[in-house]
Design a protein. Structure first.
Length: 112
């Protein structure tokens, strides 16, 4: 059985890049304006959500490894639940990324 650890760094980088482009394009993102702090709060919360997804995947991988090593403290049920949670959270993160990229594309296609 192979581990399910997936690298979310490319997803995180794409999201951060899209948010940074949006911040640079918006009139609120000009220097000396107080609103960019709100954008950094969004990036911070997005980063923490992606870190939670990563931790979930790491935990599932570790439980899977412990189960394969026949650790008596790790059950198959616990391992499968952790793996499913990790898969669902990763799928949700990918959907959020897709929606952000879609919103970015729509904004780029708007005529000013």
């Amino acid at each position: 059985m192979r581990g399910i650890a997936l690298d979310i760094a490319p997803i995180n980088a794409q999201i951060a890049q899209a948010v940074e482009r949006l911040r640079n394009m918006s009139p609120a993102g000009k220097a000396g304006d107080a609103t960019p702090a709100q954008g950094s709060d969004f990036v911070t919360s997005l980063n923490s959500a992606l870190n939670a997804v990563s931790q979930s995947q790491n935990q599932a991988t570790e439980l899977q490894r412990q189960f394969q090593l026949e650790n008596s403290g790790v059950s198959l049920e616990e391992t499968m639940i952790a793996m499913n949670k990790a898969q669902l959270s990763f799928s949700a993160a990918v959907q959020v990324r897709n929606r952000l990229v879609q919103a970015y594309d729509q904004i780029m296609q708007m005529q000013v």
